[in-house]
Ligand binder design. Sequence first.
Ligand SMILES: [Zn+2]
Length: 142
Amino acid sequence: MLYIDSISKGIVIDHISPGRGFRIFQYLELDKSDFTVALIMNAPSKKQGRKDVIKIENNIDLDLRVLGIIDPTVTVNIIRNEKIVEKIKLSPPEKVEGVIKCKNPRCVTSTEKNVTQSFSLLDKEELSYKCDYCDHIFNWEV
Ligand SMILES: [Zn+2]
């Protein structure tokens, strides 16, 4: 609750695994935003020990699917009039199309221009995905 006090309207991305906040921040291109944003790293958390938090003082369109791929532990809070009006829990999607890129240079999605990247969830805990075309494993940590 401490961290939403100063925000009257917008989005708070809470319970981000420590270290993943910056990745989400970059993915959402918040460094280019012209409204108030805050990335809080290693905030104390009762649930996790430590967590990252992102506060966005604006209503932007969030691709929740992408957030679920980057870090499914996060909770997205929608704030209006200094109150949480919606709490969204995420989960990693089973299928991802056109979001992450296959790193195999010989994959058809790398060699052909018009093939949409397509991945299937392989491991929920490790957040790894398998390319549907070449079986190459995608993992954020590598
Ligand atoms: Zn591939």
